[in-house]
Design a protein around this ligand. Sequence first.
Ligand code: BV8
Ligand code: ZN
Length: 258
Amino acid sequence: MRETLQIPESLVRLLRAAHTVVAFTGAGISAESGVPTFRDAQTGLWARYDPRDLATPQAFMRNPKLVWDWYEWRRSLVEQAQPNPGHRALAVMEGLVPEMAVVTQNVDGLHQRAGSQRVIELHGRLGRYRCFDCGRPVRREEAAPPGPEGVPRCPHCGGLIRPDVVWFNEPLPQDALEQASAWMRKADVVLIVGTSAQVWPAAGLPLEAKRAGAVLVEVNPQPSQLAPVVDFALRGPAGQWLPALVTATWPEAASAFA
Ligand code: BV8
Ligand code: ZN
């Protein structure tokens, strides 16, 4: 029998009284779906690469096929993955609070597949592509055949196509960042789930919420860089603690996890 996860009564009261809830998520919420986090050693043929050396425009210019293949590998991992109870708990919560948004650093689309309606993707999305040169969105099926670099090309200008994700040293999509910031400033409770909070400017968003008076709750087996400023820490896997949090706060929703 799994030990019952004790949710502090004060947190239950705060969540029940909350009007606006924001979930700020990172790779850790998808770990229980079998999608490796950035901090985990990468598996198989990618074990010898540090993601931060691959997720840059410089890496793509230096070796387009290596970066392309790495993203295609991750895209196949994600397509085989299923949302886990952590993703589903956030989707259930969205129907139980007056208003809620998920602000995610993840590019795996698992929040949407779990049923979350309002998801703000700060770092783009696997499986979506754009031209490295002219920037136009390019659907995989309309891409021109690969050139000598072994990467499909843009049907408009012949440039290389690339995953539509935000690489290091690239700006975040302005509209996503502004929407995320607006949600953080009006949040009553922010759930910080599965992120080491080392990547900026995303990691600064929960601090905006705190400055505006939000209560911060961290759900993570390890303390993140935001641990010193959170009000509650649920030290364990999101796949266990988020369902426990929803069930403790809204007992009528328990059937969602039966
Ligand atoms: C930019 C998409 C400027 C691609 C990603 C200020 C200070 C310091 C540095 C900077 C700064 N401002 C900018 C920088 C540089 C850089 C940066 O932040 N560097 C860091 C490394 C120091 N930032 C940038 O380059 C950003 N761009 O600022 O541009 C600019 C402006 C104008 C014009 C030109 C330029 C762009 C950053 C975005 C990079 N793209 N992803 C892809 O996916 O391939 S980042 C990528 O890594 C993820 O999206 C994510 O954001 C990050 C990984 O972080 P996490 O999600 O937190 O995952 P991680 O593995 O780290 O941690 C997992 C956590 O889960 C752990 O805590 C673990 O304990 C926990 N966990 C594990 N299992 C579970 C669990 N939790 C719950 N349940 C479990 N079961
Ligand atoms: Zn193009």
